[in-house]
Design a protein around this ligand. Structure first.
Ligand code: SF4
Ligand code: SF4
Length: 550
């Protein structure tokens, strides 16, 4: 198969051998697990347990909040002792709501029922995966069911399963492919079926020969409709857009989605966990974590989500000079704010940090405009421009130079002869812009609320004035009519002729209003009679007790 190249990239020391020598091991049970509710892109799941509840391993403790969200589950059986904020491994160091479970030591599962795929609709499969908490395990933690819903009118030509794992030190996908190749192949084929992909391509970097061999053997044994493609080792081939470029030759611009170009991408660990959820009824409650760095024993562990990082690190015999822990790799990772923070779904690697392992960077020097950073950038950005505008806090310029297309891969940092921590500048600028956008959103919402209130008050005032004007007009019209009637009544009386001798007066009352053919004389008589009746009535009324005249 013809492969393509992406622009830029670097070749850092892989440092992978040391953690791939030992087989994966399940981490032992610990006393407490801290399960963050928000572990995926999208809405924060709502807690559905309260303090004092006894939960089983695999029981849902937080349900998805909306479509772009994924449920979270108890990693072991025990008692919920707290639902509240705890610091999680995130660069912000901010706390977020977690369900804290005190383990009962029994590790008792819920009843696990495989999902019946034979009768399920694609929508039902996606809902099931959401409720089983399946998210992207490559670090992005995007809910997988959302990515499996192919937009209307789009066809997935290539479904890419990412087994490149290009970042130094990280080997969790390597060990997964070596040890559970059949699950990965089955999951890949399943996802290919769900998105009706024309082709399923599994890309693996050529520095993982054992994984490639295991995957090819599993593919042959299962006769699965997937292809295993070996790709050259160059950082960051494991970036979704870079792997798409290598395998298909398609360039996906920063602002576009890969599905616009007929491609969708999932990580190998994602398809494996989805396959286990469907065939074993097991939600995503654990993940493989590479634990390496300044430790006595580097290896991959199968770790329950929620296990405190300090408990996991203790298993690897950390060296006394340890001074922190990096989550992720040395290129894109970050120092965890505290080792009390738990392992989360995004924790693919923990590197125990020590000054000897990662010597401090030399003093930052001025940019010499050498352009090395631009040559190394796989996103074809101009990092030195981004650096200048970040330093100057010129956010409009940063947008012009496509700051948000930066995937924070660190290639520019890696090659910069002036040792400028470029990615730190970009992260800072991004967070400033996002904070500004958030503030603007809040201010806009407040302004809209104020304008709406003002407009409503204005409208109510206007409507009240109109109602008053109408009422005034009606009153005036009524008064005018009454005055006219008053004025008209005595004149008619004065003008009334003597009708006592009229032939109709005594015997036949005349219905004046309805009489169509009264001649002039009869009409006069009728009017006179009516006037006379009115006069009599007035006199009678004037004689009544309680009347004005009385
Ligand atoms: S590599 Fe460093 S010194 Fe060279 S242009 Fe980029 S930021 Fe400047
Ligand atoms: S960190 Fe950003 S700017 Fe630097 S090389 Fe990577 S994508 Fe380019």
């Amino acid at each position: 198969m013809k492969l393509f190249k992406f622009k830029g990239g670097v070749k850092p020391d892989p440092n992978k051998t040391v953690s791939t020598q030992l087989p994966m091991t399940a981490a032992p049970l610990v006393a407490r697990y801290v399960v963050p509710l928000h572990q995926s892109v999208g809405g924060t799941p709502r807690p559905i347990v309260t303090v004092g509840d006894h939960v089983l391993k695999g029981q849902r403790v937080g349900e998805a909040d909306g479509w772009v969200s994924a449920a979270v589950h108890a990693p072991t059986s025990g008692t919920v002792v707290e639902v509240g904020p705890h610091i999680i491994p995130h660069p912000s160091g901010l706390p977020t709501d977690c369900v804290v479970i005190e383990a009962d030591g029994k590790d008792t599962w819920i009843e696990r029922t495989p999902f019946d795929m034979s009768t399920a609709t694609p929508d039902a499969v996606r809902e099931y995966l959401r409720d089983m908490g399946i998210v992207g395990m490559g670090g992005a933690v995007f809910p997988s069911h959302v990515k499996l819903a192919v937009p209307k009118g789009k066809q997935v030509e290539q479904l890419i399963i990412n087994g490149a794992e290009c970042e130094p030190f990280i080997t969790c996908d390597d060990r997964l492919m070596r040890e559970q190749a059949e699950d990965v192949i089955q999951g890949s084929a399943l996802f290919g079926k769900l998105v009706q992909a024309n082709k399923v391509l599994i890309g693996i970097e050529d520095n993982k020969p054992e994984a490639i061999a295991a995957m090819k053997a599993a593919q042959t044994a299962l006769n699965a409709p997937v292809e295993i493609i070996t790709v050259p080792t160059i950082y960051p081939t494991g970036g979704a857009k870079e792997l798409i470029r290598v395998l298909t030759g398609k360039e996906v611009p920063g602002s576009r989605r890969s599905t616009d170009f007929g491609v969708q991408v999932f990580n190998v660990a994602t398809v494996q966990s989805a396959w286990r959820a469907i065939t074993q009824g097991e939600p995503l409650i654990s993940r493989i974590v590479t634990l390496s760095g300044a430790v006595g024993e580097s290896r991959n562990w199968s770790v329950p989500i929620g296990m405190p990082i300090c408990d996991l690190v203790a298993l690897a015999q950390p060296k006394p000079e340890m001074d922190g822990v990096i989550m992720g790799g040395p290129m894109m990772g970050f120092r965890v704010p505290t080792t009390d923070a738990p392992v989360i779904k995004a924790t693919n690697s923990l590197i125990v940090h020590a000054p000897g392992l990662f010597p401090p960077k030399p003093q930052e020097l001025p940019c010499i405009r050498c352009g090395s950073c631009a040559t190394a950038c796989p996103q074809e950005l101009q990092p030195f421009e981004l650096y200048w505008w970040s330093r100057a806090s010129k956010f409009d310029q940063l947008e012009k130079y496509k700051l948000f297309d930066c995937i924070e891969c660190g290639c520019c940092d890696y090659v910069c002869p002036s040792h400028i921590p470029l990615v730190n500048y970009f992260r800072f600028a991004k967070s400033e812009i996002q904070a500004e956008q958030r503030e603007k959103k809040v201010a806009d919402a407040a302004r809209e609320r104020f304008e709406f209130r003002e407009e409503r008050a204005e409208r109510e005032k206007r409507e009240k004035a109109e109602r008053l004007a109408k009422a005034n007009a009606a009153r005036q019209a009524a008064e005018a009519a009454a005055a006219a009637a008053e004025a008209a009544a005595p004149k008619a009386e004065e003008a009334a002729p003597d009708i006592s001798s009229h032939p109709h007066q005594a015997s036949t009352p005349i219905a004046v209003d309805n009489h169509p053919v009264l001649d002039a004389g009869a009409k006069q008589a009728a009017i006179a009679a009516a006037v006379e009746r009115a006069r009599v009535k007035r006199e009678q009324h004037a004689g009544k007790p309680g009347s004005d005249a009385a």
